[in-house]
Structure formats: structure tokens, C-alpha cells
Design a protein around this ligand. Structure first.
Ligand code: ADP
Length: 397
């Protein structure tokens, strides 16, 4: 069974074609600058050189048509014809309160996603456009939607309700939804495997630390608390997002800096986080370099970031009444031994003992705590595409 995984952003599209008989990647790639001058498709078949195809792509349908052409191309392709694609799995950001798991996409599902556009105005529209375009181009292939929010639908009301007038929840569905669900689910399942335990018996805290970053408490395989909220702006400090701040700051800066709603939104989403503090970059590699060269604000940004992750870990251990494993994943989590050390420093009181030598590596799945550590610390590269493909397989089988 061959499954195509599609992840549509506003002007980009990532894809991966997987052979589910052995979960191998047949091809993967990325389209950038959709609808903008300079559209480009980067296409890769493992073991061969990357191909770059520059051709105008006015919308997502154009982009998907080009991806399908590349996949079936005699020279650079991975399959002979469209018919070999048995099903398509789509990553969708927001499914509101409607879906707590992945589903076969029908017109009803698309309508439900359209109803959530208000909740994810930047993400759901391109996701929906991508689904419709793929349906037109591959009318025979069943489509499955895998939602970022679904994994967190197991949270109890006390974890998702905000302390604002309850009517706002009833009227506008303002509540915590949580994101990165596919990643948190994948790494928690993988952690149970690595620990040789049944996930039903485990209390895990997964730290997805990339450009966007979130922490989730997972008890018995179910999300019980997560740091992102109504939108992906809440929680940790991120590359450019502010995470938790006193809400009074918003109206204060609007008044003092004379900013309108769009400007303040832009500031909190795109000019804040570690970029905002450091003034250097949103990328941790640049910030670490600057800090090493003596830039104090860069050093401060890293310290402030790490401290928040630590705070969430400790509070989630309290929420679950203990923790068996802490997982680090995504760009920074997988690749930065120094940040993993800084984040776990001070958690010895909870039973965390890091193995400094084992921790000094990047990029693969490994336990980085000492044998004697009561709480295991694991580094696990996330694989949202594989999770989406597995869900798709399960539903279309
Ligand atoms: P996204 O949320 O965009 O998917 P990623 O999970 O790819 O993000 O993470 C990207 C971030 O990971 C980069 O901005 C960078 O800060 C961090 N990162 C990647 N590699 C390293 C590294 N070797 N050392 C430190 N940070 C890294």
C-alpha cells in the first residue's frame, strides 16, 4: 500500500510518498512560493540527487499537479502512474471540538473544517484548498484527515477552560485546543516502545521544541494538558512567538505604541519569542553562536526559553502525580545537547539524572538519562508524516 502524505501551508506544500509494507520513504519534497513569483519544487528520491524544478505555480492545485508529475516522471519519479497511490493522508491544523481522531474525508468533514476557519485563519484555508485540489487530481484515492488538535481532545474541561466568562466558550468556542498533536502522539508511542512498557502504564511529558514549541502531559497514552492553547501562540517562548505573557501587556502596548489589532498580532506572532529577546535571530543556532561571542541578550533569550520548558515539565509532573519519561523532539529538542542539559538542570529533585556523555549527540532516538535515573529522558526524532501515513492506512484498510 502506497500512501501520499500532504501538508499544505499558506504558500508551501510538503509531501512524502511512503510504502507502508515496510514504512519506507519512496520520495519526499517541498513546494515553496506557491502563488508568488519564483515557485519552486524540491523533489527527492532517497539515494538520488535532489531535483529542483522551477515553474510558475499559481495555486495549490498547480503545486499538487507538479508534485504528481514529478512522482510519476520517468527520470526523476518514484512510481509509474497515479494509480499506484492507494490513499492520501492530509495534515490539517484545526478540527475544533469535532474530531478526536483521524477520519476519512467526506464533504461533511470539509464543512466542519470550514467552520473552524475562524479558529485557524492562517492554516485551515490552505489545508482545505489542498484537500479539494488532491480530490480533483486523484478522484479514486480515499483521503484521510489527520488533525493537530485531535490528540488533545482527551483533555478534561478543567484543563481546557479559560478563566474568562463561560459564555465566551459557549458563543465563540474559546478554549484550549492544543497543537502539534500528531508529533506528541508519535513520540509518546515511540517512547513506550523504547522503554519496553505499555503506554497505558506511563506518565510522559513530551517537549516538541522547534520553531513552534509546545509541551504535553501524556498519561496512559492520552493528552491531559498541553501548553499551546486557543491558538499556537500560547505556552513556551518560541522562535518568534511570545507564548505566555500577561494579557494586560497587549492592551498596554497597543496604547503606548499606538498599534492596531493587526500590528499587535504581528508583533506577538512574528517579532517576539527568542527573536524578540535576542534581537539576533529566531534560529537557535544563530542565537547560540551570538551568545558564545558574548551577546548578552542572546544568552538571556536561551535562558528564558529553557526556564519556561523546565517550568512546564515540573508543573505537568504535578498535574499527573509523577512522571516516568521526558521526551525531547523537533529541531532544537533533537539537536541541542546544551539546551537539554539546561532544561533538565534542577529537576534532580523529581528523580531526573542526566547522562552527560550519552546526551552529547544529535539526531537519533536514544535514552540520555543515567541507568539509575527514576525518570527517563529520551531524545526521539519526530515523524509526523509516518504517523499520518499509519492513520491513513488504518482507516482505508
Ligand atoms: P519547525 O517548527 O519549523 O518544524 P523544526 O522542528 O525544524 O521547526 O526546528 C527548527 C529549529 O530547530 C531551528 O530554528 C533551530 O533553532 C533549531 N535547531 C535545529 N538544529 C539545531 C542545532 N543543531 N542546534 C541548535 N538548534 C537547532
Amino acid at each position: 500500500m502506497k500512501i501520499l502524505v500532504i501538508n499544505c501551508g499558506s504558500s508551501s506544500l510538503k509531501y512524502q510518498l511512503m510504502d507502508m509494507t515496510d514504512e519506507s520513504v519512496l520520495s519526499k519534497g517541498l513546494v515553496e512560493r506557491i502563488g508568488i513569483e519564483g515557485s519552486i519544487l524540491t523533489h527527492e528520491v532517497p539515494g538520488r540527487d535532489k531535483e529542483k524544478i522551477q515553474t510558475p505555480m499559481k495555486d495549490h492545485k498547480d503545486a499538487i499537479a507538479n508534485v504528481l508529475n514529478a512522482l510519476t516522471d520517468e527520470k526523476i519519479g518514484a512510481i509509474k502512474s497515479y494509480d499506484e497511490i492507494d490513499a492520501v493522508g492530509h495534515r490539517v491544523v484545526h478540527a475544533g471540538e469535532k474530531y478526536s481522531g483521524s477520519v476519512i474525508i467526506t464533504e461533511d468533514v470539509i464543512n466542519a473544517l470550514e467552520e473552524c476557519i475562524d479558529l485557524a485563519p492562517l492554516h485551515n484555508p490552505p489545508n482545505i484548498i489542498g484537500i479539494r485540489a488532491t480530490m480533483e487530481l486523484l478522484p479514486e484515492a480515499p483521503m484521510v484527515g489527520v488533525f493537530d488538535t485531535a490528540f488533545h481532545q482527551t483533555m478534561e474541561p478543567e484543563a481546557y477552560i479559560y478563566p474568562i466568562p463561560y459564555e465566551l466558550y459557549e458563543k465563540h468556542k474559546i478554549r484550549r485546543y492544543g497543537f502539534h498533536g500528531t508529533s506528541h502522539r508519535y513520540v509518546s508511542e515511540k517512547a513506550a516502545e523504547m522503554l519496553g512498557k505499555d503506554i497505558a502504564d506511563l506518565k510522559l511529558i513530551s517537549c516538541h521544541l522547534g520553531n513552534g514549541a509546545s509541551v504535553t502531559a501524556i498519561k496512559g497514552g492520552k493528552s491531559v494538558s498541553t501548553s499551546m492553547g486557543f491558538t499556537p501562540l500560547e505556552g513556551l517562548a518560541m522562535g518568534t512567538r511570545c507564548g505566555d505573557i500577561d494579557p494586560a501587556i497587549v492592551t498596554f502596548i497597543m496604547e503606548k505604541e499606538n498599534l492596531n489589532i493587526n500590528q499587535v498580532n504581528n508583533m506577538l506572532n512574528k517579532e517576539s519569542g527568542v527573536l524578540g529577546i535576542s534581537g539576533v535571530s529566531s534560529d537557535f543556532r544563530d542565537i547560540e553562536t551570538a551568545a558564545k561571542d558574548g551577546n548578552e541578550r542572546a544568552a538571556l533569550a536561551i535562558k528564558a526559553f529553557d526556564r519556561r520548558v523546565k517550568r512546564y515539565i515540573a508543573s505537568y509532573a504535578a498535574v499527573m502525580g509523577g512522571v516516568d519519561g521526558i521526551i525531547f523532539t523537533a529541531g532544537l529538542g533533537e539537536n541541542s545537547p546544551t539546551n537539554r542539559l539546561a532544561i533538565t538542570d534542577g529537576l534532580e529533585f523529581m528523580g531526573v539524572e542526566m547522562d552527560i556523555i550519552a546526551n552529547d549527540f544529535r539526531g537519533s532516538a536514544k535514552i540520555v538519562s543515567k541507568e539509575s535515573s527514576k525518570v527517563k529522558v529520551l531524545v526521539i526524532p519526530t515523524n509526523e508524516e509516518l504517523m499520518i501515513a499509519k492513520d491513513t492506512l488504518e482507516l482505508v484498510k
